[in-house]
Design a protein around this ligand. Structure first.
Ligand code: PLP
Length: 482
């Protein structure tokens, strides 16, 4: 192993590199549960690093629940990390459904935001994960320095400086767009809604992955559209064969997919499948609304490219935001609507005239001043560690038969409990204990996933958080024993 010292704060330090190596040996299956990890002394002499560096690395891995110290014996890979994965493929529905009215979505989000609640329910990262102080300072400065612009309407397409920054960032997604190709929005939610309005009419059917984020189902519901849920594989993404069949039968007017680290599966569609998806849809002239909100949050490697990077027909409408990486409350998102740009721009005007100016200015200034990529590198590590911790605590405390997702990015865990557990009952009982969770049925219009829960892992890790997840596990275990 060759490791290098670094003085760049954005790069992993020596002990983090050591921890990373051991972690990848465990994740890759070289070191298995119950195996002894190399002794501190041995690793220190093998790698020519100090004993204290190895100890620090092992302390991190202990905190993350990868390894445990056994008195007089050394360090071992922990067993509960082997909690089985949820099955990789979900099933497609044959007929489109009209998503019914459901006030549960609003209840789950509101409950998560109540003071004193442990917010495992809404996928809202807590402010500690973000450069909040710096960002708020920038906001105060831009408003002070340019009171005229900041209190006025921005253009319908949005703040020019912000669109320049977004266009630059999209190079990493495999796109070559100009600021004029972009329209800013109040978060990714508004971007998706505008796109749906642009490409569908009431009564049309929209294909989604299953399970999928309930906000997308709500947007579809609000426009009186029908939804067709297409089976999704954790390794392959949405099932192209089922989608193709549905398209041939002329059932699909548009698709809304989250190919990079979808919510709640955290899966990633391989690039060749993305290319196939885009060409299938182009052949049949079915627009793809691509929600790419989690793409910057890969646990390993670079940001994956967007499906839109394969789009030769300008048929993909790419949506995203800074809600998972900077500040959900700033409500700054965007869309690259391709050939639907004129229509989306008119719809943006009729919906909200323009996106709020001050927060667009602040995000633009933050991005111009540098440091976002460094922040992202840190954030990705933090989210990955958090997901590992939550998965481990679930493994230790939930009843036998529980399975968890293996997300490749983002900050969400999808938990399958034994068949007989009703997640709506868990939701109600957990709330009485001051814990919010998102029950599985929210993620489908077809009343599926009764025994599933989605857990937000981007919350501050503390004894109370760990205790809350353990109490949740005990509560589910008690229901299982009834
Ligand atoms: C897949 C997905 N799309 C959109 C959103 C909403 O994002 P925004 O806050 O930017 O509107 C979320 C939020 O959780 C999400 O998970």
């Amino acid at each position: 192993m060759s490791l290098q010292m670094t003085s760049d704060p954005s790069k992993p330090t020596l002990y983090q590199q050591v921890a990373g190596r051991i972690r990848s040996l465990i994740d890759g299956g070289t070191l298995r549960p119950g195996d002894r990890v190399p002794s501190v002394r041995r690793l220190s002499s093998q790698m020519s690093i100090s004993i204290s560096t190895v100890l620090e690395a092992y302390r991190v891995l202990e905190d993350e629940r990868y390894i445990e110290a056994r008195p007089q014996s050394g360090y071992y890979v922990r067993t509960p990390a082997t909690i089985p994965p949820v099955p990789t493929k979900t099933r497609s529905d044959r007929v489109p459904l009209e998503p019914g009215a459901d006030d549960l979505v609003v209840r789950v989000i509101s409950d998560s935001q109540k003071p004193g609640i442990v917010p495992l329910g809404a996928a809202i990262p807590s402010a500690e994960y973000f450069p909040t102080v710096r960002l708020n300072r920038i906001l105060a400065r831009v408003v002070r320095d340019d009171p005229g612009t900041s209190q006025s309407y921005d253009s319908i397409a949005g703040h020019q400086g912000l669109r320049v920054q977004i266009a630059r960032r999209l190079v990493e997604a495999g796109l070559s767009v100009t600021p004029d190709d972009i329209i800013t929005s109040a978060g990714a939610q508004e971007a998706v809604l505008l796109c749906l309005r642009a490409v569908t009419k009431p009564g049309d059917t929209v294909a989604v992955e299953t399970p999928t984020y309930f906000g997308l189902l709500e947007a579809i519901r609000s426009l009186h559209l029908r939804v067709l849920e297409i089976g999704t594989d954790a390794d392959e993404g949405v099932c192209l064969e089922d989608l193709s069949e549905a398209i041939v039968r002329k059932r699909v007017a548009a698709c809304v997919f989250v190919p990079n680290f979808g919510n709640p599966l955290g899966h990633k569609m391989p690039d060749d499948r993305k290319a196939e998806l885009v060409s299938l849809l182009a052949r049949h002239d079915v627009p793809l609304i691509e929600d790419d909100i989690y793409a910057d949050l890969a646990f390993e490697g670079d940001r994956p490219v967007a499906a839109k990077s394969f789009d030769r027909a300008d048929n993909v409408l790419l949506c995203s935001s800074f809600s998972k990486t900077l500040a959900p409350g700033y409500r700054v998102g965007w869309v690259v609507p391709g050939k639907y740009r004129p229509l989306v721009e008119r719809l943006k005007f009729s919906t909200s005239v323009a996106t709020a100016t001050p927060t667009q200015m602040a995000v633009a200034s933050y991005l111009e001043s540098g440091g976002f990529d460094r922040h992202l590198r840190r954030l990705r590590r933090l989210y990955r560690d958090q997901v590992a911790r939550v998965a481990c605590t679930v493994g230790e405390t939930f009843p036998e038969g529980t399975r968890v997702s293996r997300p490749l990015g983002g900050h969400i865990l999808w938990v399958e409990m034994p068949q007989e557990i009703d997640s709506l009952e868990v939701y109600g009982r957990a709330l009485e204990e001051g814990i919010s969770v998102a029950p599985g049925p929210l993620f489908s219009a077809a009343d599926k996933y009764r025994n599933f829960l989605r857990l937000n892992c981007a919350l501050p890790w503390s004894d109370e958080t760990e205790d809350a997840i353990a109490r949740l596990g005990r509560l589910v275990s008690a229901i299982a024993l009834r």
